[in-house]
Design a protein around this ligand. Structure first.
Ligand code: SF4
Length: 432
């Protein structure tokens, strides 16, 4: 296969078999199960990114790993190498990776069930369902300390407080919409019933929705009935997952290292592999928070690793202001981008550093897809084809814009802001 096989069609997602043409060459996305890579695999991918790409990688908002800047002539060699390592997705048009779990899955003392085992079961059984859109995914949250609420999953499974009962939710503009619950042992059957039912609705022409979350409410209710879900009270939203710092795991600690915008160099990935090998469990876990978790590190080595990580450009402090703003690759790296989102985000972050260090969140997106952050932020900016930004205070890229401003106008308005309700007041006009 060569890069000539790249395809662009509605609902399509890049993978290893189907790379995507972007501003800096081909983008090849890997989808390791649960974001897990052995130290050897991480080192091999880092070396491959340097040799076959431009040495830059991204950790995505679903915890996948992208190799950037791959050239047509180097792509076949990269494909062969990743295939040997078992890092190529299965053939077919469905989701490259259907399930996602917390990077702490299997290590979190608060886990109420084995999310990794459930993820593997659902992934295996769902492979036979034809007609699932490529972007569809199921988030499996076993109730640990890295909640997945913000993922915007088509189907969200969350352990309830009650023993072995799992709630089912569907993403909606106002957050998760809970559609029922079932016992843990019935979860795989219920998930397969919902996914099969949804694929059947699409095949029969009953819906054209590309995401389960876009289905009409009566069809969602029909799916919940098909899955024999019991009525259950809605669950309260969980706090956002930590994005950097030292996390408690069973029997020890694990550093979660963050990367600005998820951008990672091959050297940083090699370093993470080396730390996990020298001091840890010999594996790394890619996190949906756009960072890397190093499980099994002996506490005696934490200080050394954190010091080296800081020097290598990782973010290690949970209150680092760089964690409060998000941006997608934007122009010129993404062909769909209408604005240079990361460069503009950096300008705005400098102007607004005081608020960001207090935890106010800023999301700058090169287009409405919102790849970097599918949920709300205190201030969301979406690139427009006239080079300005749609301004959405307290919302996501899918919400209505309040007004449209150039980057210079935004800078002027953000500079004087000091208090938490400022974004609302500063952008109070109607769209113009
Ligand atoms: S949000 Fe739009 S511009 Fe940004 S990476 Fe995704 S598709 Fe590209």
């Amino acid at each position: 296969m060569t890069a000539a096989t790249t395809i662009a069609r509605r609902g399509w997602c890049p993978g290893v078999r189907r790379p995507m043409a972007t501003g800096d060459g081909l983008l090849v996305r890997l989808h390791p199960l649960a974001g897990r890579l052995s130290a050897d695999q991480a080192r091999l991918v880092a070396e491959a990114a340097r040799r076959h790409g431009n040495g830059h990688l991204d950790i995505t908002a679903r915890g996948n790993l992208q190799i950037r800047g791959v050239r047509d002539e180097t792509y076949p060699g990269l494909m062969e190498l990743l295939d040997r390592e078992g890092l190529v997705e299965p053939e077919g048009d469905g989701p490259n990776r259907l399930v996602m779990v917390s990077p702490l899955a299997g290590l979190d003392p608060l886990d109420r069930f084995d999310a990794l085992a459930l993820a593997q079961t659902i992934e295996d059984r769902a492979r036979s369902i034809e007609g699932l859109p490529a972007k569809l995914f199921v988030a499996i949250d076993s109730g640990g300390s890295m909640p997945l609420d913000s993922m915007g999953a088509d189907l969200h499974l969350l352990a309830r407080d009650e023993y072995e009962l799992v709630s089912f939710g569907v993403a909606s503009p106002g957050g998760l919409h809970w559609i029922g619950a079932t016992s843990l042992d019935r979860v795989p059957d219920a998930v397969i019933a919902i996914l099969s039912g949804y694929a059947g609705m699409r095949k029969a022409g009953r819906t054209e929705a590309w995401r389960l979350r876009d289905l009409k409410p009566d069809l969602v209710r029909e799916l919940a009935a098909t899955a024999v879900l019991e009525a259950a009270p809605a669950l309260r939203p969980q706090p956002p997952a930590p994005r950097a710092g030292i996390l408690d795991i069973a029997g020890g600690k694990a550093p979660l290292l963050a990367l600005s915008f998820g951008r990672c160099t091959s050297a940083q990935l090699e370093q993470a592999a080396a730390w996990s090998e020298r001091f840890g469990a010999g594996e790394i876990r890619l996190s949906f928070t756009r960072g890397i978790l190093l499980p099994g590190l002996a506490e005696a080595h934490l200080t050394t690793v954190l010091g080296e990580a800081r020097d290598s450009g990782f973010i290690i402090e949970p209150r680092d202001p760089r964690l409060s703003f998000l941006a997608c690759p934007g122009r010129p790296d993404c062909a769909s981008a209408l604005t240079p989102a990361p460069a503009d985000a950096l300008r705005l972050a400098r102007a607004w550093s005081e608020r960001l260090s207090q935890g106010t969140t800023l999301h700058v997106s090169g287009c409405r897809k919102g790849c970097a952050h599918p949920s709300r932020a205190d201030l969301t900016l979406v690139g427009r084809d006239d080079g300005r930004y749609d301004v959405i205070p307290n919302g996501s890229t899918q919400d209505a814009a309040r007004l449209h401003l150039s980057i210079e106008e935004l800078m002027t308005r953000l500079l004087p802001l000091k208090t938490p309700d400022d974004p609302d007041r500063a952008f109070a006009e109607n769209v113009r």
